[in-house]
Design a protein around this ligand. Structure first.
Ligand code: ADP
Ligand code: MG
Length: 256
């Protein structure tokens, strides 16, 4: 992919004697959704954490457009266009749900400045409307003024997603975002994600449920013991002998 939004080239990461990522290369185009699957311990979260600048690779290059992502500190990531939904929701319990979503637009310092400004008018009308819209899309309009403590696990994840989408990121990273969801909650979460894709946000989505990958991703990458063992459209990957071998000794396709 010559003009990829995100490109990893030969990324390696070891923990002691353990290889988490072994020479992984991949590319994600603008607006594209890449699913990442693999057994436990295959390196999925490490891969996402390398892109999210939480893990420093031992070797390899990571580029976001023309920029060297590895030269960028983690705190500059959102400004560069990358946001993420964490596995354990990380909302600020001292802020309202509305303010938590607004954090995605301004960051902590920017939000404090706006909310504490002498003319306490709150956010500029356009940003205010955007936050309300995101809350509405996430089914959280009725909870806007309340504390995140009042939210269910599912609602917390939706609020996190709304916050991650607020700055209209070029790339959104998600690590098993629907873990612990009911089927209805999963579908609702996917609907919000899809609206993000309409806005041309690219996704890297780690997921153990292959159906969800089929429904929401253009391409899927399969990791096993830190190695890339398959990559392609979901239907082709599901039938790939190497993938079948890893998942069920060849007997079943993943997620079936
Ligand atoms: P996955 O998300 O696919 O389950 P991970 O990326 O979390 O896999 O882990 C890949 C491998 O790296 C595993 O063997 C795991 O034990 C190891 N690993 C991950 N993070 C650390 C860490 N911080 N310290 C030591 N080993 C780690
Ligand atoms: Mg993981």
């Amino acid at each position: 992919m010559p003009d990829a939004l995100l490109a990893l080239d030969g990324v390696c990461k070891r923990y002691g004697g353990r290889t988490a990522l072994a020479d992984v290369s991949l590319a994600v185009g603008a607006g594209e959704a890449l699913g990442v699957i693999g057994p436990n311990g295959s390196g999925k979260s490490t891969l996402l954490n390398v892109v999210g600048r939480l893990v420093e690779p031992d070797a390899g290059r990571v580029r976001l457009g023309d920029a060297d992502l590895l030269a960028l500190p983690a705190c500059r990531l959102a400004a560069a266009g990358i946001t993420r939904v964490f596995q354990a929701p990380r909302l600020n319990a001292h802020l309202t749900v509305y303010e938590n979503v607004a954090l995605g637009l301004y960051g902590a310092t920017g939000l404090r400045r706006r909310l504490l400004s002498p003319v306490r008018g709150g956010l500029p009308p356009r940003d205010h409307a955007r936050v309300l819209r995101l809350l509405d899309d996430a089914g959280l309009a009725a909870f806007a003024g309340g504390t995140p403590r009042a939210l269910t696990h599912f609602q917390l994840r939706c609020a996190e997603l709304a916050r991650a989408l607020a700055p209209r990121p070029r790339l959104l990273l998600l690590d098993e975002p629907t873990a612990g969801f009911s089927r209805e909650e999963r579908d609702a979460f996917l609907r919000i994600l899809r609206s993000a894709r309409d806005a041309a946000t690219a996704l890297v989505l780690i997921e153990h449920n292959f159906e969800l990958i089929v429904e929401s991703c253009d391409r899927v990458l399969v990791l096993d013991a830190g190695q890339r063992i398959a990559e392609g459209p979901p239907a082709a990957v599901r039938a790939d002998p190497a993938v079948l071998r890893v998942y069920f000794g060849g007997a079943h396709a993943p997620g079936v």
